[in-house]
Design a binder for this molecule. Structure first.
Ligand SMILES: *Cc1c(COP(=O)(O)O)cnc(C)c1O
Length: 349
């Protein structure tokens, strides 16, 4: 089926720019490189990302799922317990992959998706003696409507983890959006974590790819896991060149995304009331469908030219991304209100 209209199903729907396409083409026309670190664009991208994140090393991997799954194996090589919020991507969307690692899971209480330093300290104080543990954070937290972790929590949690002999991983698939929300460099949002996974194909609009960030020794070990999992991309030049080009000017672009999301959430609240929509914290807008009609609503909205994603029977996600134009925000809000009114009329009939 060809899809038309405005596609807000995910922020990975950002279209490629002419600059990205030109960089890919130039790289594709060069003789390919053979192994890890041989390609100049791959090396430049890894150096740039390591500098932005303030880490010793990064590794390019095909997906953020793979970056997360490698991290579990790095931190819990003999098994152990992974502690995260109940709705963390690693235990919801990635549940099958995470099950393959054989680790036990622990749900940490959270506030708007983020376990507090006290919650983590409580968990670490009571864990089984001798059990290896990995504490897991997600910023922004996707299933908490793209919420941003409170400033300072992660460095506190990191210190608690180190004191208790635990490690800390950050699923920062959308760390870019959090950095814009907090007006801070990416490196500040890395504080306290041992490793982090960051998507290149969502916010910044690279065609594909993610990075795993950490210490030199962790990334050396991660390379072995990546290749074992079949993620040893070759040749990688065109992919790395595309991501490098996509990185240019990312902060300004994402500030626009955040502004559009917040305008959209307010426009929808203005038409349908505050209960219909959650305030946008970053680029994601969550619509509440308390009547449990999310699937019908998504179909109806698609007929009005806007594609969105059903997350649960009562929750719908609109992801703002680089392909959305500022003038389209009003069009989207109007389509949402129209679809809602039509559905209400059907129910009333
Ligand atoms: C999208 C996402 C991932 C996985 O990314 P893929 O590249 O699709 O595997 C991991 N964590 C979070 C929070 C995500 O939103």
């Amino acid at each position: 089926m060809t899809r038309t209209g405005i596609d807000l199903r995910s922020d990975l729907m950002t279209p490629g720019s002419a600059k990205v396409a030109a960089a890919m083409q130039a790289a594709a026309l060069r003789p390919p490189a053979m192994g890890h670190g041989e390609d100049p664009d791959e090396r430049a991208l890894m150096e740039l990302m390591a500098a932005e994140l303030g880490v010793e090393a990064v590794l390019l991997v095909p997906t953020c799922t793979m970056a997360n799954q490698i991290a579990i194996r790095l931190h819990l090589p003999e098994g152990g317990r992974l502690a995260s919020s109940a709705l963390a991507h690693v235990v919801t969307v990635e549940d099958r992959a995470t099950a393959l690692t054989g680790v036990a899971r622990q749900v940490l209480p959270d506030e708007n998706g983020h376990p507090s330093p006290a919650a983590v300290a409580g968990f670490l104080a009571e864990r089984a003696p001798g059990e290896a543990t990995l504490v897991w954070l997600e910023n922004t937290h996707m299933l908490a409507a793209g919420s941003v972790m409170p400033t300072g929590w992660q460095s506190d949690i990191g210190a608690t983890c180190r004191a208790a002999g635990s490690t800390l991983h950050l699923d920062g698939s959308r760390l870019w959006n959090a950095a814009v929300a907090q007006n801070a460099p990416l490196s500040v949002l890395m504080a306290g974590c041992d490793t982090a996974a960051i998507s290149l194909n969502k916010a910044i609009g690279a065609p594909v790819g993610s990075v795993l960030a950490g210490s030199r020794s962790e990334i050396d070990e991660a390379l072995r896991w990546r290749d074992a999992m079949g993620g040893g991309w070759r040749p990688i030049g065109a992919i790395a060149a595309a991501a490098r080009a996509a990185l240019e000017g990312w902060r300004d672009r994402l500030e626009t995304d955040a502004a559009m999301a917040s305008t959209l959430a307010r426009a929808i609240a203005g038409r349908l009331g505050d209960l219909a929509v959650q305030p946008a914290q970053t680029n994601l807008v969550f619509l509440n469908r308390p009547s449990g009609d999310a699937a019908q609503f998504v179909d109806s909205l698609a007929r009005h030219g806007v594609q969105v994603l059903k997350l649960t029977p009562a929750l719908v996600r609109l992801a703002i991304h680089g392909g959305v134009r500022v003038h389209e925000v009003e069009t989207i809000a109007t389509a949402v209100a129209t679809a809602d009114t039509e559905l209400a009329a059907t129910r009333g009939a």
